[in-house]
Structure formats: structure tokens, C-alpha cells
Design a protein around this ligand. Sequence first.
Ligand code: AOF
Ligand code: ZN
Length: 477
Amino acid sequence: MTEDEIYMKRAIDIAWGGLGKVDPNPLVGAVVVKDGEIIAEGFHQEIGHFHAERNALTFCPDDLAEGADLYVTLEPCCHTGKTPPCTDIIIKKKIRRVFVGAMDVNPLVAGKGVSILREHGIEVHTGILEKECLKQNEVFFHHMSTKTPFVVSKFAETLDGKIATVTGDSRWISSEESRAFTHFERMQYVGIMAGIGTVLADDPMLNCRLADIIGELEDSRVERKGYVSDSDEDEYAKYAELLKDDAVLPEPDWREIISSAGFRKNHLKAFTEYKDQNLLTVSQSMPLTSDSYSFRNPVRIICDSHLRIPVDCNLVKTAKEIPTIVACLGKYDSDSSEGDGMPSSKEGDREFTFEDSNEKNVSSKIEALKAAGVEIIFLPEGSDGHIDLRVLMTELYKRNITSILLEGGGELHFAALKAGIVNKIEAFIAPKIVGGSSAKSPVEGEGISALKDAFELANMSVQKMGEDILVTADVDH
Ligand code: AOF
Ligand code: ZN
């Protein structure tokens, strides 16, 4: 790797610190380098807060910043949004060269950020570790350019492709490690979606229990890192390894990400050299106790065409604490964010069959769900008699749900693939075989008839997850 790539790699690594906190914004990291040394760093920590470049540069003394190079994973913005333009502070601090990972796709920026910097005589180099920067923000680039959520279909299966035994026993197919990783993903994605079949069979919570998992991790092997610590040298030492010609860029390790995510504050090595200008406040330093672990829960979305959800299930019971949406067939009003609150038993000539066809009972169920805190979205029918998933995606995007973890079951996985809303597949394959022609598999529905019509996947990659194998692939649209 080149030196430029190593600094960009550092910027990518610290950008993960905003995971689960910045969306709909991207994860962005920035590193300031002078005379071959990192003098300041910053990342975008939270929606509405300063961007990465401003976090890196704000407290960097002017004389130190002047003439330095800036490495940033995303093109610096030039618009006034929730915060002032990053281009302003880059220019003000007299940065000499800016190295950019990926260009921004936000129409307010898209190329203009780089142009402004060049107009001010700053040398700009683009495309440094571009592939990695695009990958880190796959959610942002997708939702910003399509105005729909990024959807990840996730399932765990045995080596012979079953998600349960013939009797329906499914606890547990995947390893403890894979299940822990699932909670990391529930923190990472804004929404979690499941079909009513899963709710009726498992009465799940679909919440994020990462804090408990971290507590266990803490006891074992993950050591969290603070910032402006004496261990800067240790932290940077791993980058030195990458300087070798044949170095392979390591895959981000999720345990390392959570060991720093949200905890690694904007790090300013500059402070250790400029102690007299110590602007560091106590509130900026991080209390390293387990109490500080708090991870958001994803918004729970249940696809339930015929409103079969039991009013006393766990999801409904906790809907006041964790946002919960039930999507069912009904009179769809695209202008209203919440529909008109009443399902129609007819739309055009089509009859909808609610589980309970007595209209009065349906209305009182709707009222009970709403009183429990559930939001109901009424949707038109898709091609298969169930809710139109494409319309659901538009509705969820309106509610700032920019990414979704789809956790099954098999009917919904197939319907979602068929509707063309899935962007990525994650299959955990466990070293178990259960057989049985009636045992369920991860993707069911009516299936595809001709192989030439199969859903094609690209960029398939494999990694070990405890005893399991995690296969990840992009859905080729
Ligand atoms: C940067 N550095 O760290 C981030 C950028 O609503 P705002 O003001 O936070 O602006 C959000 C937009 O700014 C977002 O859509 C993206 O285009 C850019 N994000 N840009 O220079 C950062 N987070
Ligand atoms: Zn910015």
C-alpha cells in the first residue's frame, strides 16, 4: 500500500465510530497529516453534529494545520446543512492538499466540494481507496441515489439448506458468534423487517441486545480504546504493517468496530504536543464504564397483509418503547404519511381477506394496535396478493428508514427478492445437517421456474463466523 492509502485506511477505520448514530448521513473519517505524522483526526459522530473534517480541524492550532494534508473518506461538503460547509474550514486552516476517498452523490455537493477547493488553490486528489470508501457507505450511496432503503436479507441455515428441522425446531441453527453479530447488525441498520409468520411462530422482540453482548466481551478479550491516550503509538503500529508492498487490506472486524464505535472521540494528537493550548474538556473524554454502552434499537417493521398480528405479542406490548410498524393491505394514500387509518375491505373489485373478516372487529383491532403505540401503514396489493413491498419501501424512506435488515421468513425473503428491493444477502451456514423434505428453507414462495431467471448475485465473499461460514453477496439488479 502507498502512504496515501494508509492514511485513508486510518480515516476509514475511525469513520466506523459513527455507526448507528449518523444516518441518514454517511460515515466519514478525516485525518490531518504533516511531515509524515498524523497531527489530528476526526469523524462524523452523530447526525446534526459537526462533520469529520470540522471535528479534525476545529481544535487543530492554525500554525500546525497550515500546509498540512487532509485525508477524508468522502468529498468535503460545500453546503450549509445542519452544519457549515467543510470546505470553509479547510480553506481557512490553509490545508495544502486534500485526498478524497469517494465523491459525494448528494446533489448539493457532487463535485462542487472538490471544485471549490481547487478554485482556492488547494491540490485535490480523488479516488484514494475508493472501493473501500464506497463499500463502507453502501447504505448512504444507495439511499441517496435511489430514495429507497438499502435492504439486507439475512438468514441462518444448515449445510443442507434448512432453517429448521421437520418439527420446526430452529433454536439455534447458527453459532453464538453469528448471533452476537446479528445484534451488531441490528444496531447498524435503521429498520428490521420480518413477516407475520415469524411473529406468530416465535413471538420475537427483534431488538438490539448488543449492550449485553459487549458486557460479556469486556470480560473476555476486547479492550476498548479511549483517545489522546498513551497508546497512540500502539494504535498506529498496526498501520506500519500495511506499508509493505504485498500488504492485504484487512477486512473490518466487527468486534474491533464496537470496541471503539461511539467511544473513540475525535482524537487530536496535536493536543499532546500543544498542551498549553489544551482545549480538551472533560466532557469530551469518555467514561469507560459499561454504563456508557447504549445502542439504539431498530424500528421494527412487520409485513402482515391480513393484519393477523396478536395484540398481546411481545412486539405490540413493547411498541411504546421501540417504534413498531405493521404494514397491511388497505386503502393506500400516498400523500398521507400514515394512511387514513382505516382499512378498506374492498379496493376496486378486489376483496381483501383480513384474518378476521368482521369489519367491526378489524377496526377495533386497529384501534387497539394504535393505542399500544403501533403505527399501521395501509398498502395496495403487490403482484402476489400480499402488500406491495415497493410501495412499502417508499413509505419507510419517507420515515427516514434508510436501511433495513430483513430477517425472514422464507415467504418474505422470496417476495422481497421478486419485488427487486433486496440489495445484499447474508447467509450464515452452520456445520449441521438436518434433512427432511418438509423442513423449511430460507427462501420459499413459489420459486423460480427456469434457472435463467434465477436472482443473480455478485461480489460473493466468505468469512468465518465462529463455527459458521458467513456468505455475503450483492444482488445484481
Ligand atoms: C462531509 N463530511 O463528515 C459528512 C458529510 O445535514 P448535514 O449538514 O449534516 O449534511 C449532510 C450531508 O453532508 C450528507 O448528505 C452528505 O452529502 C454530507 N456529509 N460531508 O464533508 C462529513 N457527514
Ligand atoms: Zn461537511
